[in-house]
Design a protein around this ligand. Sequence first.
Ligand SMILES: Nc1nc2c(ncn2[C@@H]2O[C@H](COP(=O)(O)OP(=O)(O)OP(=O)(O)O)[C@@H](O)[C@H]2O)c(=O)[nH]1
Ligand SMILES: [Mg+2]
Length: 373
Amino acid sequence: MAGRVRDESDFRDRPSKKNSRPRTKQRPEHEDAETGLVTGVDRGRYTLLLDEDQPTERTILAMKARELTRNRVVCGDRVDIVGDTSGEDGTLARIVRIQERTSVLRRTADDTDPYERIIVANADQLVIVTALAQPEPRTRMIDRCVVAAYDAGMDVLLCLTKADLADATHLRELYEPIGVKVVVTRRVHDVTGAAAGQAGHGDEPGHNSSDTSEDSWRIEPLDAVRAELEGRTSVLVGHSGVGKSTLVNALVPDAYRATGVVNDVTGRGRHTSTSAVALRLPDADGNPAGWVIDTPGVRSFGLAHVDVENLLKAFDDLDVVAEDCPRGCTHLDGAPDCALDDWLESSPEEEKAARTARVESFRRLLAARTGTV
Ligand SMILES: Nc1nc2c(ncn2[C@@H]2O[C@H](COP(=O)(O)OP(=O)(O)OP(=O)(O)O)[C@@H](O)[C@H]2O)c(=O)[nH]1
Ligand SMILES: [Mg+2]
């Protein structure tokens, strides 16, 4: 769970030898501060939504107060703001506090990198977007994302895209036994030509309408995806070019996220999206029904920060069994006297297959974390 988030109070009232002049007045605690939701971050400028769902709801721009210089404010954060919060053109409010986070999704650049980066705060579901082709799916990447989600205490949804190009059976069979929900989407050409193609509209500098597809098409089945997202805050992660922004555009009609074609030769995406953006998900009637956060494609998902015990907690059946393991047991394949092996050996015949799938999946994730696969 997130530790205490540092805020302005950490910097206030520190006795200073240099400046011993007594303060005549305590600085106010920003009691008049308003609260906003960070929906976007771009080079030190934060887009915030204020008074969510109220008649006064508005979007404003803000910067961090000097006291927060060393604190990272990320998409999904709830923050306290002061200054001009009218949202009128040219105004810039100040973020003075980051509210306690319910979850933090982190990653490190690689497994040896001690510098962890918080990607998104307060999301309750991680949607691992993986293309079935172009680019080719990589189970190691999926495994790593699953570990990151479990570590952050988030639910996982695996969204397999581009089913019009390749079959989803194998990946489904690999992830359903670990309790990962799977949805499969495809692009279908719109023969009637009624719906305009959902190709990119270009919202990001330097990437205007880079997806030049002229065809009219849509993503299906949207209702099944929407059902998994409604009422929650979901963050979409995955390699570049897997279709995260395409999916967001399909789910949120006024999202206008830029999308980019995948390179035919390398099968790689172009890193079209450059920053995380939170968008309000409408339900079938157009009413607000949660949030989806589109993120830039990542090359890898470093897990240097993940604790084995946290991963074990995501497998509650195995967590109980592992209480009988020797101290310091790695739980990996071949670990001496690992209680997970006894649990498999002593299994009733009818449970053997299910238990084996659980232990193998757990060990695969564990190995993905420690970089031994
Ligand atoms: N055939 C097929 N193409 C798809 C599907 N979904 C998305 N695409 C295409 O895949 C390409 C990349 O899509 P994007 O939505 O830009 O991918 P992204 O994951 O947002 O990529 P980054 O922003 O670079 O991380 C675009 O040309 C999309 O039209 C699908 O289901 N089937
Ligand atoms: Mg994108």
